[in-house]
Design a protein around this ligand. Structure first.
Ligand SMILES: Nc1ncnc2c1ncn2[C@@H]1O[C@H](COP(=O)(O)OP(=O)(O)O)[C@@H](O)[C@H]1O
Ligand SMILES: [Mg+2]
Length: 230
């Protein structure tokens, strides 16, 4: 569904991604893991188009998108939940959700399904984004990425700093999206229990490269010791 082939990227002189290749099959949840600073966020930004790769191919359903600007990739079916959530604190929940719609031609209203997935957003519709808890803001960020009805949802560390009951809820919503709407999900995640419970496949990055990938059952203690533990 999403296929990245030999992608490289540099910040000026500093090469941050080297020959990254990865595949995210349709209707699965695939994780990208690795310590801080290895290039996970840089990879996600290259896929969504806020950074432009220096070399390589990014295909969505067989169509190359690596030359398209970010807003066209939204139209092509990419939804993005950035690291740190990036909620507008002085906009209401409703207004934050509408920001997501600006990327879409086909929709003018926040779809009911998004509010059904996260009932808290319906309850808090008129509250300021800045008044929400971290977990509620994360749900809002995911909701905002879903208003355009993407084919693939890309999330960058959605469980960072969030309490366990909300983490479970997020994992269940993602699973529901896959099972009921055949959504495809690529998720940067450091929390091992989340990966084991909700993801089918993992990739591990180290210093800008993919160094391991397997079905989630193959996430061994050796891999964890070598590439993930601090
Ligand atoms: N805007 C930037 N300019 C220069 N270097 C950057 C920039 N953003 C990130 N980097 C560097 O690129 C590397 C990868 O960063 P990042 O993709 O944020 O890693 P991760 O998400 O895995 O923590 C790091 O060494 C980081 O310092
Ligand atoms: Mg990051």
């Amino acid at each position: 569904m999403l296929s990245v082939v030999d992608l490289s990227f540099s910040y000026g002189e500093v090469q941050a991604l080297r020959n990254i290749s990865l595949d995210v099959p349709s209707a699965t949840i695939v994780s990208v893991m690795g310590r801080n600073g290895v290039g996970k966020t840089t990879l996600m930004k290259n896929i969504v188009g806020t950074l432009r790769s220096t070399a390589g191919i990014i295909q969505l359903d067989g169509q190359s998108i690596e030359k398209k600007p970010a807003h066209q990739r939204v139209l092509a079916g990419i939804g993005y939940v950035p690291q740190g959530r990036m909620i507008f604190p002085k906009l209401t929940v409703e207004e934050n959700l509408r920001v997501g719609l600006s990327g879409s031609l086909k929709r003018k209203l926040v779809p009911d399904e998004v509010l059904d997935l996260f009932p808290i957003l319906r309850q808090m519709r008129d509250r300021m984004g800045g008044d929400l808890s971290g977990g509620q803001q994360q749900q809002l960020a995911i909701g905002r990425a879903l208003v355009t009805d993407p084919k693939i949802l890309i999330l960058d560390e959605p469980t960072e700093g969030i309490q366990p009951n909300i983490i479970q809820q997020i994992g269940q919503v993602l699973t529901q999206l896959v099972e009921q709407r055949q959504m495809t999900i690529l998720i940067v995640e450091q929390y091992l229990d989340f990966v084991r419970e909700f993801c089918q496949h993992f990739y591990i990055m180290n210093r800008g490269e993919i160094v391991a990938n397997a079905e989630t059952e193959g996430l061994t203690q050796e891999i964890i010791r070598e590439y993930l533990s601090v």
